[in-house]
Write a protein that binds this ligand. Structure first.
Ligand SMILES: Nc1ncnc2c1ncn2[C@@H]1O[C@H](COP(=O)(O)OP(=O)(O)O)[C@@H](O)[C@H]1O
Ligand SMILES: [Mg+2]
Length: 346
């Protein structure tokens, strides 16, 4: 299709393209009732001015944690509560101490409880302010008697579960609410719902849906799947097609893979990049032995650093290492590049 035509073509496959945005709130939100009930139970005491419970919300990326919290808070707001402040904080930021004092006094005056959701709290740990934030929130009652607070800490990296200081651990005794990975059929169901919200009817066949769901289940998470649907739609539209075909799906996968390869290459250190470059510059297939020699000659690096770099390249799936059954004790290995080096900058 000519560029003018792409721009002018006014038949869209998208009924609502926002349905594929990261902050879209799905109408149908299934498979998370248990978790949302647990959250509601933890909040419930607060509704009568009592002490809400602390919780840790745990689960891999894209298992629905943020969406679940937002849904539950939305329900709380609908039933009784107003948001505390009806305005967005100024961009320059407000000193923490001022907000803190204002919130706590407000709670005290109105005899209300506070539940704070801290999303992706792993990042708070990176800035080292997590312990202070938790401590200030949970010990507020010492300075403001009668105030009742609880924290929902949302984590996608399980390591951080035990990263609190001792003095926080004595006040933060959370219940755990776990978000397991979705099964294949759950993924298919969620993606089907999303496609129905985003595309006009009959744009996405069951056959293509299954391919998208399978790819998502095997190679990524729900976010990958939702992006893939959108990208399939865009590719089909640019092709002036009324529906998404398997060919469009293949193209969408190719572009996804190529973005991933580029990002992976960018994330390598210099030694790893040098090694990858040597492998990519050669038309044939190296054995590990040949490659070690060449690498030592070119970079002066040690055998150990060669091996580390080789393992890393295999781990991030830029290369395959195949045992050939030949060589000393049949241990000879061949190094196979998994991408076309002409398409990437190393
Ligand atoms: N059960 C579900 N039903 C519909 N969409 C879902 C469901 N779980 C997750 N999603 C979608 O997947 C994406 C990631 O969900 P999100 O709540 O941001 O995950 P997390 O916070 O665990 O990383 C969002 O687009 C969200 O709408
Ligand atoms: Mg999230």
């Amino acid at each position: 299709m000519a560029i003018e035509d792409i721009l002018m073509y006014d038949e869209s496959l998208f009924q609502n393209i926002n349905a594929f945005d990261p902050d879209y709130m799905p109408q149908n939100y299934n498979f998370r009732d248990t978790q949302m009930e647990a959250m509601a139970m933890a909040i419930r005491p607060a509704i009568r001015g009592g002490q809400p419970s602390n919780a840790i919300v745990l689960g891999s990326p894209a298992t629905g944690k943020t969406t679940a919290i937002r849904k539950v808070f939305e329900l709380v707001e609908k039933t009784i509560y107003k948001k505390m402040f009806g305005h967005i904080p100024p961009e320059t930021g407000v000193p923490f101490s001022r907000i803190y004092d204002q919130i706590m006094k407000d709670l005290q005056r109105n005899e209300k409880s506070l539940v704070i959701a801290l999303d992706d709290v792993n990042y708070l740990f990176q800035s080292k302010s997590a312990n202070k934030v938790f401590y200030d929130m949970l010990r507020a009652y010492e300075e403001y008697p009668g105030v009742r607070t609880a924290i929902f800490a949302i984590l996608s990296d399980l390591e951080f579960k035990y990263a609190f200081d001792k003095n926080v651990n004595t006040v933060f005794i959370p219940q755990e609410i776990t978000f397991p990975l979705y099964s294949y059929s759950e993924i298919e169901d969620i993606l089907k719902n999303r496609a129905e919200a985003g595309f006009f009817p009959e744009v996405l066949s069951d056959e293509v849906l299954e391919q998208v769901a399978m790819y998502t289940y095997e190679n990524g998470d729900l976010r990958t799947g939702i992006n893939l649907l959108k990208s399939c739609g865009n590719i089909a539209e640019a092709d002036a097609s009324r529906e998404i075909t398997l060919e469009h799906f293949e193209k969408a996968i190719d572009s996804l893979v190529s973005i991933n390869v580029s990002e992976t290459i960018k994330s390598l250190n210099d030694v790893e990049k040098n090694l990858l470059k040597i492998i990519a510059d050669y038309d044939g297939i190296y054995t590990a032995g040949e490659l070690t020699e060449l690498f030592k000659q070119k970079t002066g690096s040690s055998y150990a650093s060669f091996n580390r770099a080789l393992d890393k390249l295999e781990f991030v799936r830029l290369i395959d290492i195949k045992f050939t059954g030949k060589g000393v004790k049949g241990n000879s290995r061949e190094i196979i590049l998994r991408f076309n080096p002409d398409n990437y900058v190393i």
